[in-house]
Design a protein around this ligand. Structure first.
Ligand SMILES: Cc1ncc(COP(=O)(O)O)c(C=O)c1O
Length: 386
């Protein structure tokens, strides 16, 4: 009855755990939430006000499908400056959230049977979209021993003449790991040798710690601009998840095709939202720095807290707002531990397997939550792990 191209689609793990946590809350249980990957800050006031002003001024119309020229130019200038490259307005495709700029470039590039390499554990949308396009999803493990960068030995064995695209995500959801420049160079050389595209999900590029500048981008490496799509957006950096605002940066011809897919599906991104986006990029950036400093503080608290628990070890990730602790010593599956934590400790978190089979043996916690709640959760987890 249904077309097979949707047979493989699954609910995102975070929403399933959230629903379960909310039903426990409805029964009067206190639950501390670490399952959803969304900032716990409100959108910065200057951005919200710009959006409201735009609505009051009648900026409520269709716009060109790939975005207003003023917004695309602002994005091109900002992205160029941040990555030390030269990006033109014509290369920018604005979308409602970042996700369409995973979906549409994949639809525009991947033919049925083409292979697409992607990180596992990784953001579930990659595998979902490869499948919708009819591509063959080829997972590359992210390994703890390598700070959750790509496993380059496995990668080298998997890439071949059928590989059409390589998806990378740095800093990563769910591990918080960053792919170092040397690894990016390795991936870039392989992409050039096998003539494939790279889709680089850089939505957490500005949420990085320990004094690091933005995470390095594969786009900036020699001869990579012609085969790279950057996916980026406003959801995480500016706490704008519900506004739905993101963009892709890609060669002009591909941008034209992706613009056509947008034309015939979503039409365009809301006009007033694009005004808010201009304010986000061109307004005061100190608020971003302050929020990142707060996340860093929380990261330190949660990593130390998790490492103090018996049977759990946790690396200190350098980006995003996730930790990916190893729970293999507990002798239970990720699913069992996640359920146990929710039901017995009142702590909602995700099994690593929500991000693919290579997430077995791990949990994912989003620390977009207060230090006070983090400390409380560690105490509750400690009580049941004794
Ligand atoms: C790695 C990664 N890419 C893309 C997205 C999608 O972002 P948006 O909400 O802007 O569509 C997310 C959101 O969770 C993410 O974690």
């Amino acid at each position: 009855m249904y077309a097979n191209r949707t047979d493989h689609l699954k609910v995102e793990g975070a929403y399933a755990v959230l629903a379960k946590a909310q039903s426990l809350e409805a029964d009067g249980r206190e639950i501390i939430h670490f399952e959803i990957g969304q900032p716990d800050f409100d959108t910065f006031d200057n951005i919200s006000l710009a959006g409201m002003r735009a609505i009051a001024n009648g900026k409520t119309n269709y716009t060109p499908p790939a975005g207003t020229p003023a917004f695309r130019l602002a994005i091109a200038m900002d992205a160029s400056a941040r990555r030390g490259v030269d990006i033109s307005l014509e290369q920018v495709v604005v979308s409602p959230g970042g996700k369409p700029n995973i979906f549409f470039p994949t639809m525009a590039l991947v033919n049925p049977g083409d292979e697409v390499i992607y990180p596992n554990p990784g953001f579930p949308t990659y595998e979902a979209m490869i499948g919708v396009a009819g591509g063959k999803a080829v997972p590359v493990p992210l390994v703890e021993e390598n700070n959750f960068s790509f496993d380059l030995d496995v990668f080298d064995k998997l890439i071949n003449e059928k590989t059409k695209m390589i998806i990378i995500n740095s800093p990563s959801n769910p591990t918080g790991g960053i792919i170092p420049k040397a690894d990016l160079e390795h991936i870039a050389a392989a992409a050039k040798k096998h003539d494939c595209w790279v889709l680089s999900d850089e939505i957490y590029a500005r949420i990085v710690y320990d004094g690091m500048d933005d995470a390095p981008s594969i786009y900036a490496l020699p001869d990579m601009a012609e085969r790279t799509i950057i996916m980026d957006g406003f959801s995480k950096t500016y706490a704008m998840t519900g506004w739905r605002l993101g963009y892709g940066i890609m060669p002009e011809e591909l941008a034209h095709r992706v613009g056509l897919l947008l034309t015939h599906s979503l039409g365009s991104t809301a006009e007033f939202t694009q005004y808010a986006g201009i304010e986000a990029i061109t307004g005061d950036q100190d608020q971003v720095d302050a929020v990142v400093a707060e996340y860093e503080k929380r990261r330190n608290v949660i990593v130390d807290g998790l490492n103090s628990l018996s049977g759990i070890t946790c690396q200190k990730p350098q980006g995003a707002f996730y930790v990916f602790p190893n729970i293999t010593e507990l002798g239970k599956s990720s699913d069992e531990v996640a359920n146990w934590m929710l039901e017995e400790a009142g702590v909602a978190l995700l099994p690593g397997t929500s991000f693919g089979a290579h997430g077995e043996g791990y949990l994912r916690l989003s620390y977009a939550n207060s230090v006070e709640n983090i400390e409380k959760a560690i105490e509750k987890m400690g009580k049941i792990l004794k």
